[in-house]
Design a protein around this ligand. Structure first.
Ligand SMILES: NC(=O)c1ccc[n+]([C@@H]2O[C@H](COP(=O)([O-])OP(=O)(O)OC[C@H]3O[C@@H](n4cnc5c(N)ncnc54)[C@H](OP(=O)(O)O)[C@@H]3O)[C@@H](O)[C@H]2O)c1
Length: 340
C-alpha cells in the first residue's frame, strides 16, 4: 500500500472555542501490518461534544489527550487489509474509542464488526444504533425510568442524543417536550420526531413555555445543556422526579468557573434523583440497547437525521457546529465514500 496515513494531532489546549493551530494534520507512512492486526479506512468520524472535553486539562472521566498525541475519537471504517482470520476487505467495523486517523490500525481481537441490517443506512450506526443512541437509551430507561403518562423534558432536543430521548419517551407512553435552538429544529421535533411540544430557547421565555407545555410538572429531566435552561427545568420538577445528567454542553467552552444551578434546593424539596452517567459504563449492555433500538427503528418508531460534513481535513473546524447549534441530529465527518 503506497498511501500515506493522516492523523489529527493535538498541538495545544484550546482556550474557549477551538482555533486553527490547536490541532495539526500530520502525515506518516503506513507501517506493514503485524499478525492479528487489521487496517481500515475511515468512512465516518464521529464528532461529539466530548471531543472538546478531551482537549482540556480537566479531571474528567478519561484522561485528557496529551499534547502531541493523536486526537481521541471514533467512527466507522471499512477494512482494507487484514492479518486477522475474522476480518476481510470490505468488512465495516466500529473503531470505538480510537483516534482521528484516516487509516487506523486495529487489533482484530475484540474488534466489533457491524451487523448490517437490511434497509438500515450506515449512518444509523452513528446515531440510534451507535454510542449516542445508547446514551439516550440507557440514560432514559435506566436512570430516568419513564412511566406512561409522565412528562419527560430533554434539552439539546434536536441533537443526536436528545432526538432519541424524546422518541423513546413517546414509545414509553410519556409526554415529550424538547428544548432546542431554532424554529426549524422545533418544527422537526413536533412534526417529524413526534414530540408533543418543542420550545425555542433562543426566542421564547423558557420558564413560561415549560409552564404551558408541562401542565402537570416534569417527571424526568434528561439534561444535556446545563446553565439557565437546566435551572428553569429544575424549578418545575415533580416530587420523586428523575434527572439523568448526561451533559452540560453550555459549559464546555467556559474559561471561567461555572456556577451551580440556582434552583439546586428544589432537588431536595422534590426528592429528585439526579445521577450523572457516562455511556462507556454501559458497554457490556450495548447489545441489549442496540437490539431494542434496532427493533424500534425497523418498526418505523424512530426518526433520525445525520449532519454530514465531507472531508477528513474538516474535522476540527466542524466541531464548532455542535457549539453553534448548526447540526440537526448526529454530526459526522464523511472521510471516504461509504460502501455501497
Ligand atoms: N454522558 C454521556 O455518556 C454522553 C454521551 C454523549 C453525549 N453526551 C452529552 O449529551 C449532550 C448532547 O450531545 P450530542 O452528541 O447529542 O450533541 P448534539 O445534541 O447533537 O449537539 C449539541 C447541541 O447542543 C446545543 N447547544 C450547544 N451549545 C448550547 C448552549 N450553550 N445552550 C443550549 N444548547 C446548546 C445545540 O443545539 P441548539 O440548536 O438546540 O442550541 C447543538 O446542536 C452533550 O452535552 C454531550 O456532552 C453525554
Amino acid at each position: 500500500m503506497s498511501e500515506m496515513n493522516q492523523t489529527w494531532v493535538l498541538r495545544q489546549r484550546p482556550v474557549g472555542d477551538i482555533k486553527e493551530g490547536d490541532l495539526d494534520l500530520v502525515e506518516t507512512p503506513l507501517e506493514p501490518l503485524k499478525d492479528g492486526e487489521v487496517r481500515a479506512k475511515t468512512v465516518y468520524l464521529s464528532l461529539d461534544p466530548t471531543n472538546r472535553i478531551w482537549m482540556s486539562d480537566v479531571d474528567a472521566y478519561l484522561p485528557p489527550v496529551g499534547i502531541g498525541d493523536a486526537m481521541r475519537g471514533g467512527g466507522l471504517a471499512v477494512v482494507v487489509e487484514s492479518k486477522h482470520d475474522g476480518f476481510q476487505q470490505g468488512d465495516v467495523v466500529n473503531t470505538g474509542l480510537g483516534t482521528w486517523t484516516m487509516y487506523p490500525t486495529l487489533q482484530g481481537e475484540g474488534l466489533a464488526k457491524l451487523p448490517i441490517l437490511p434497509g438500515v443506512p450506515l449512518t444509523a450506526y452513528m446515531g440510534p444504533l451507535g454510542a449516542t443512541g445508547m446514551t439516550a437509551y440507557f440514560g432514559l430507561m435506566d436512570i430516568g425510568k419513564p412511566q406512561a403518562g409522565e412528562t419527560v423534558v430533554v434539552s439539546a432536543a434536536a441533537g443526536a442524543v436528545g432526538s432519541m430521548v424524546g422518541q423513546i419517551a413517546k414509545i414509553q407512553g410519556c409526554r415529550a417536550v424538547g428544548i432546542a435552538g431554532s424554529d426549524d429544529k422545533c418544527k422537526w421535533l413536533t412534526e417529524t420526531a413526534g414530540f408533543d411540544a418543542a420550545i425555542n430557547y433562543k426566542t421564547e421565555d423558557v420558564g413560561a413555555a415549560l409552564d404551558k407545555h408541562c401542565p402537570d410538572g416534569i417527571d424526568v429531566n434528561f439534561e444535556n445543556v446545563g446553565g439557565q435552561i437546566m435551572d428553569e427545568v429544575i424549578a418545575r420538577l415533580n416530587d420523586f422526579s428523575r434527572m439523568p445528567l448526561c451533559g452540560l454542553i453550555s459549559t464546555y467552552n467556559a474559561t471561567d468557573p461555572v456556577p451551580g444551578p440556582y434552583n439546586f434546593s428544589n432537588l431536595l424539596m422534590r426528592r429528585t434523583l439526579m445521577k450523572g452517567f457516562i455511556v462507556i459504563d454501559y458497554f457490556p449492555r450495548f447489545p441489549e440497547g442496540i437490539q431494542q433500538m434496532a427493533q424500534w427503528l425497523m418498526e418505523g418508531k424512530l426518526k433520525f437525521e445525520t449532519d454530514v460534513v465531507k472531508g477528513f481535513e474538516n474535522a476540527p473546524s466542524s466541531l464548532s457546529r455542535l457549539f453553534e447549534g448548526k447540526n440537526l441530529g448526529k454530526l459526522v465527518v464523511e472521510c471516504s465514500p461509504p460502501p455501497a
